[in-house]
Design a protein around this ligand. Structure first.
Ligand SMILES: Cc1cc2nc3c(=O)[nH]c(=O)nc-3n(C[C@H](O)[C@H](O)[C@H](O)COP(=O)(O)O)c2cc1C
Length: 502
């Protein structure tokens, strides 16, 4: 099932990256404030390797005791390796995910489940509980707790302070027992460091972590929270993946990674924590205490305004004897979340097709923040179909709630190719007939271009060939060179002008 060896932990994955020439060590001192992001950005834009900064310089001028790892998922190939499969097999895993969502899988989806029997079985296995967790080799409690010793980056010039960007935030709902790992939620929610023992939990209201917090809040209770830092690649990706609510990210990560996931009892909380992480921060989130979070540079390419979010009081920091600190930045694409998003969009295609079967392919341009714009190609058969597809995307699939613009094209157009899109818009679309405008629809509050916070317009552009009552005109016929003539030309030119193909 896996195309890669199992990666039990982050360092196992880093060894594989090293062995395949995808790890670079930076021994020069680099400041965690601003400088590290500047280096990371240039490497990411060049499609470069994972970076291991061995001398991260803290704000006081001292070097931290632990290296910083960045750019882990800086290429789509590494994201796929993190999932354990080759890029060309993404659609198979996507079909498996679609099958998990379907209450009674149609035949095609049942087939998808049957092709991944081990993964299905793994989802039912209980994780292993260990008493000797590497993530708890060193335990710091009480006065020993000092978040300032972790080389947390401050990324952008106007950022409010240091920001933990790759936390896997682990919670359970109030009515679940501490050992009910299948009820746990794991999500990646950035965490601002306020001082030596307090952090801000920025789970957006619709996230799993926020829902769990509400369950404790309703009883007036504080919630135990563990932040696992430097997890294995499948846990990191499962925590960032929008999985069906019935599937726990932690169980799914174990199934993906090809190893039975190991957990240990937290030292100061009624919670289980990943045994093979590099570090774990344990603490309590009160039902009502909040603090203004931000401003921070975000994936839109702008700073967010400060907003109140819950505060976590840290009770313990546990880590390996020689921990690594995993970090990244968010900013105007490309950033790592945008690259991960490209892979996740391919995984989502079978789920989208299960709802809207005429969808052939779909692209969310990373440059448009990975969700604000969508280009979808369809197998068009009847008039008005493009508008139906737009409305289905917006109405049936929550991930498109904040997609401001949907462009629908025909199957012969590659939705991920701007030249193809421009040609379809220029030749198959009339602005007075083919643009659909909606008002007062939901929008993420980060979009300051919306007339009202959280409420905005949407635009659908039908750039498909018009059929039936959609037009009274003779429609154009696409020109094509006959395959035998193209083959003749290729053969002739390879002999006469070989430099053309070199
Ligand atoms: C690097 C990175 C940073 C993220 N930061 C946040 C964040 O600050 N707040 C948030 O709600 N989601 C954030 N996300 C997105 C969530 O992790 C993602 O939507 C995940 O599926 C949420 O899990 P949940 O559905 O279990 O809540 C981030 C994702 C990544 C990869």
């Amino acid at each position: 099932m896996r195309d890669f060896p199992p990666f039990r932990d982050l360092r196992g994955f880093l060894d594989w990256c090293d062995g395949t020439g995808q790890l670079a060590e930076i021994d020069t001192p680099v400041a965690t404030t601003h400088q590290m992001t500047a280096v990371h950005r240039q490497v990411l834009e060049a499609g470069g390797p994972v970076l291991r900064f061995t001398q991260p310089v803290l704000d006081g001028g001292n070097c931290a005791d632990m290296p910083v790892i960045t750019n882990l998922f800086g290429t789509t190939a590494r994201v796929c390796a993190g999932l354990g499969i080759k890029e060309e097999r993404l659609s198979e895993l996507g079909e498996f995910l679609a099958a998990l969502r379907a209450p009674t899988p149609p035949d095609g989806l049942r087939d998808a489940l049957s092709r991944w029997p081990m993964l299905k079985a793994a989802l039912a296995t209980r994780p292993k509980v260990t008493k000797s967790a590497p993530s708890q080799e060193v335990v710091l409690e009480g006065a020993e707790v000092d978040l300032g010793q972790i080389p947390v980056q401050t990324h952008w010039p106007s950022d409010a302070g240091p920001l933990v960007t790759w936390p896997v935030v682990i919670t359970r709902p109030m009515d679940a027992e501490p050992d009910a790992l299948n009820r746990y939620n794991a999500g990646v929610y950035r965490a601002q460091v306020l001082d030596h023992s307090r952090m801000i939990m920025r789970w957006l209201p619709h996230r799993g972590g926020a829902a769990h917090h509400r369950s404790w809040q309703q009883q007036g209770e504080k919630m135990p929270v563990a932040i696992a830092l430097g997890c294995d690649p499948s846990t990191l990706l499962a925590a960032a993946l929008p999985l069906p609510e019935t599937v726990s990210e932690l169980t799914f990560a174990g199934a993906l990674s090809g190893t039975r996931p190991r957990f240990a009892k937290a030292k100061t909380l009624p919670l289980m924590v990943p045994a093979d992480a590099e570090m774990v921060i344990e603490g309590w989130v009160s039902p009502d205490a909040t603090a203004p979070e931000g401003p921070f540079g975000d994936h839109t390419g702008y700073y967010n305004a400060a907003e109140p979010f819950p505060v976590m009081e840290v009770t313990a920091i546990t880590h390996r004897r020689d921990p690594l600190y995993l970090s990244t930045f968010t900013g105007r694409p490309p950033d790592e979340p945008a690259i991960i998003g490209e892979v996740f969009n391919k995984l989502a295609l079978p789920t989208i097709r299960a709802q809207i079967p005429e969808v052939h392919d779909l692209w969310l341009p990373p440059a448009a923040c990975s969700y604000r714009m969508a280009v979808v190609s369809i197998n068009k058969r009847y008039p008005g179909q493009a508008r139906r597809v737009m409305m289905a995307l917006w109405g049936m699939l929550p991930q498109f709630s904040y997609t401001k613009m949907v462009i629908v094209v025909d199957e012969d157009i590659d939705p991920a190719n701007w030249d193809d899109i421009a040609w379809a818009l220029a030749t198959r679309m009339d602005p007075s007939r083919d643009v659909m405008m909606l008002e007062n629809t939901p929008m993420d509050y980060l979009d300051f271009a919306s007339p009202q916070p959280g409420l905005a317009g949407k635009m659908g552009i039908d750039a498909t060939n018009k059929v039936g009552a959609e037009t009274t005109r003779d429609w154009g016929e696409v020109m094509q060179t006959a395959p035998e003539d193209a083959a003749f030309a290729a053969d002739l030119l390879s002999r006469l002008m070989p430099e053309l193909n070199s």
